[in-house]
Design a protein around this ligand. Structure first.
Ligand code: NAI
Length: 347
């Protein structure tokens, strides 16, 4: 596949290819933009069918990181690394150390941490070779999921204020799809604020815990997107908002942590046409990047990081108002603001 002709190519600054015959490590690091600062973005390990698919993913995800950092107002650009391999069978200390050495060749232009298929242990190995690896067991900021959940909760509050004119979440009905690290924390936070929860997960133990501890109502994984609720919070999979599901939604707001919730950009317009307020995914789930970026400044300061998490609600409020004023979809406005911020710095 030609990089420049790829539909995911967006004037990326750099794409690097690495191969280490000794360990079998094959990786691609895509740098979308360093205008706002060094590129940041996780490392994904996946058994891509071919290198074209891996390039496509790296291009698409690195652009997403540029936009996420711009909206989170962190001084970082966007990048992403993908390792071609099966995370179940293809991992070794040697392979991740080779990856760490590959990251080093970029001399701090690119910082990374764990993403799909990669664990803290893997990043600990990579960090033996590189200072540009984050989210390791020795870092103060640790797991970003609790911060992501706080950001999502703040975003839900902003959406409820805008769409429903309500200041409190007491009595709000929220349907949560996925009760993992982020969804589980979000359920606890919302419960404390008096929200009523409807939940679904393929992991029955996670559902049972939520029902017992938080009084949540459990529904099947096939039902969660069509229950009557004020808010639908996707916290599991990507591409859940598509032609079929949007027609069936019975909520006023979609606001959750999952990445790439819209199957295609046009589905943002479909949500708006149905009168459903959509909190763009890379804005509402930016809490993790805010948390990790704080640790990369001048030492981690949890109070400062927490204050910045609450800024996610303000940014979403700005997006919602502009979408109304310009009669645009919220995801479209988020992309516009991200590009405006990057272009303003470029001068
Ligand atoms: P996780 O893997 O801990 O949780 C995902 C949960 O979804 C699991 O409990 C899983 O059983 C459940 N699930 C899978 N398929 C499902 C289905 N068909 N229906 C219902 N539930 C299903 O992942 P985590 O970290 O909680 O992330 C959730 C989402 O948020 C992902 O899309 C992730 O990319 C995104 N995200 C996470 C961040 C973080 O800090 N962890 C940061 C930004 C985005």
């Amino acid at each position: 596949m030609s990089v420049f002709d790829s539909p995911a190519f967006d004037d990326h600054e750099d794409i690097h290819f690495f191969s280490d015959p000794e360990t079998g490590m094959q990786a691609i690091i895509a740098i979308h933009s360093t205008v706002l600062g060094p590129a940041a973005g996780g490392c994904r390990m996946y058994p891509y069918a071919n290198s074209g698919d891996a390039i496509f993913d790296a291009l698409r995800l690195s652009k997403g990181m540029s936009f996420k950092c711009a909206l989170a107002d962190v001084p970082m650009g966007g990048g992403k690394s993908v390792i071609i391999g099966d995370p179940k069978t293809g991992k070794s200390e040697a392979l991740f150390r080779a990856f760490g050495r590959a990251v080093n060749t970029l001399h701090g232009t690119y910082h990374t941490g764990e993403d799909v298929g990669v664990t803290m242990q893997d990043m600990d190995w990579a960090a033996l070779e590189s200072n540009y690896i984050h989210g390791t067991s020795s870092e103060d900021a640790g797991d970003p999921a609790p911060a992501t959940a706080i950001g999502v909760m703040t975003g839900i509050a902003a959406a409820v204020r805008h769409k429903l004119g309500r200041e409190e979440l007491d009595g709000l009905v929220v349907a949560i799809q996925g009760l993992g690290s982020v969804g589980g924390d979000l359920a606890n936070l919302l419960h404390r604020l008096g929200a009523r929860l409807i939940v679904a997960d393929i992991d029955q133990a996670a559902v049972d815990k939520c029902v017992e501890n938080l009084g949540a109502t459990a529904v099947g994984v096939d039902e969660i997107m069509q229950v009557k609720a004020d808010v639908f919070a996707p916290c599991a999979l990507g591409a859940v908002l598509n032609d079929d599901s949007i027609a069936r939604l019975q909520c006023d707001i979609v606001a959750g942590s999952a990445n790439n919730q819209l199957l295609e950009d046009r589905h943002g317009e479909d949500l708006a046409a149905r009168g459903i307020l959509y909190a763009p995914d890379y804005v509402i789930n930016g809490g993790g990047v805010i948390w990790i970026a704080d640790a990369m400044r001048d030492g981690f300061n949890p109070e400062r990081a927490m204050a910045r998490l609450h800024g996610i609600g303000d940014v979403l409020g700005e997006i919602f108002s502009r979408a109304d004023a310009e009669n645009r979809a919220t995801n479209d406005v988020a992309d516009l603001i991200a590009r405006e911020r990057i272009d303003a710095m470029r001068g």
